[in-house]
Design a protein around this ligand. Structure first.
Ligand code: ADP
Length: 392
């Protein structure tokens, strides 16, 4: 009886042990699976974070604005590629102070003030190196979750082009005012002299009235040219390119300028070959040839010769030119004559009724047709103004 009971108890024990072993094995498997699962989740999270950090870094470096992050001690923490390019910084400036990395007192003052005042501040910096640049910079404090200051973040916008445009506009307005004021004060002066008695002097009166007329004409030309420039720049003056016979247009210009040519005893020769077809707005082409030929007559020599000519040019273009045998243009002025209001000889240009806008208009029109304009001149031997247009 006892052995049987003992056997039964032993069997139960062995059975229990086997069950416990199986259970333990299952538990072990379960634990292993959970550990593996946790590990997999951790790896996935780390990968996602790395991807996100990579994306943020790519965004940070592809921004067109320069970004600089400084810690609370004013040392560089982060700097993006745009900022590095703007200031021509070496590869790694992390840990350096603003003065060490940027050598800019204004920047140091700005960051100090931003930290002290705790608000967004803006300033404009002018850089001389690596090239002349104007930068608009905004700086602000960045805070942690407890609203404690962690440092400053600065964003730089390159406003060089904007400032250049503003300067050009300012200069233009100053020039226009000056150009308008000169003939106006002349007119006023002569009118006052006439009122004061010259009107009764038969010798002076007609001369003064002629001078007044000349200055009134100048004012009219100036306003016409200003309107043309403004319409060209605003795109209001639309080009209507047609197939145009360039020889015919040159002939019209030659005929229109005959009085001026006769006055200076200049021979105008239209050597544009028959069948020179270009693709251009006929009125604008006429204006280009008129401005260039009028200049050749105005600034060329008495009893000289002015030639209008053309020949085929590479890439489906036609090259046209107007040449004179006058005093020419000094080398230092050659790159500037296309600028608005630039004159080699201011007094001479005024005397001939020039506005200083003729070549600027020429350049604008030619470029609007996809062409180029340039000049060649040997002082003392004359000047030749070339331009290209698409062949028609
Ligand atoms: P302007 O109304 O003064 O003629 P332009 O823009 O037509 O203005 O020309 C600018 C300047 O270029 C002129 O004032 C003149 O000094 C110079 N210039 C233009 N064409 C000639 C030329 N054929 N020969 C010499 N100088 C010229």
């Amino acid at each position: 009886m006892w052995p049987a009971l003992a056997l039964m108890a032993m069997a139960a024990l062995i059975g229990g042990l086997a069950w416990a072993r199986r259970r333990l094995a299952r538990l072990g498997e379960e634990l292993g699976r959970q550990q593996r699962e946790n590990l997999r989740l951790q790896v996935e999270q780390t990968q996602a974070m790395t991807r996100e950090t990579g994306r943020q870094e790519a965004l940070f470096h592809s921004m067109t604005e320069g970004v600089l992050v400084l810690d609370a001690q004013g040392r560089v923490q982060l700097v993006n590629q745009a900022c590095r390019r703007l200031f021509n910084l070496p590869a790694d400036v992390r840990g350096q102070t603003v003065m060490e990395a940027f050598r800019q007192h204004e920047l140091l003052e700005l960051t100090d003030r931003t930290l002290a005042e705790g608000r967004v501040l803006g300033a404009e910096l002018t850089l001389a190196r690596p090239e002349n640049r104007s930068l608009q910079v905004n700086s602000s404090v960045f805070l942690d979750a407890q609203q404690r200051s962690q440092g400053t973040i600065l964003v730089f916008h390159d406003v060089t082009r904007l400032r250049q445009l503003e300067n050009t506009r300012r200069e233009f307005v100053a020039n226009v005012s000056h150009e308008l004021r000169t003939p106006l004060s002349m007119i006023k002066g002569f009118v006052e002299t006439l009122i004061d008695g010259a009107k009764d002097d038969p010798a002076l009166c007609p001369r003064f009235l002629k001078t007044i007329e000349k200055h009134t004409d100048r004012l009219t030309y100036l306003i016409e040219d200003l309107l043309t420039i403004s319409r060209l720049e605003s795109g209001e003056l639309v080009m209507n390119p047609l197939r145009v016979d360039a020889r015919e247009v040159a002939q019209k210009v030659k005929d229109d300028l005959r009085p001026l040519a006769d006055e200076k005893a200049v021979k105008v020769d239209n050597r544009v070959p028959e069948g020179t077809w270009v693709r251009a707005d006929p009125d604008r082409l006429q204006q280009v040839l008129l401005n260039l030929t009028e200049n050749a007559l105005k600034y060329g020599r008495r009893q000289g010769e002015v030639v209008l000519a053309a020949q085929p040019a590479p890439e489906g273009q036609v090259r046209l030119w107007v040449a004179d045998d006058g005093p020419g243009i000094p080398p230092e002025a050659q790159s500037r004559v296309f600028e608005r209001f630039y004159r080699v000889d201011r007094a001479r240009s005024r005397e001939t009724g020039g506005t200083g806008l003729g070549l600027a208009i020429v350049k604008h029109i030619v470029q609007s047709h996809g062409g180029q304009v340039w000049l060649e001149s040997v002082p003392g031997e004359g000047a030749t103004f070339y331009f290209t247009l698409p062949a028609g």
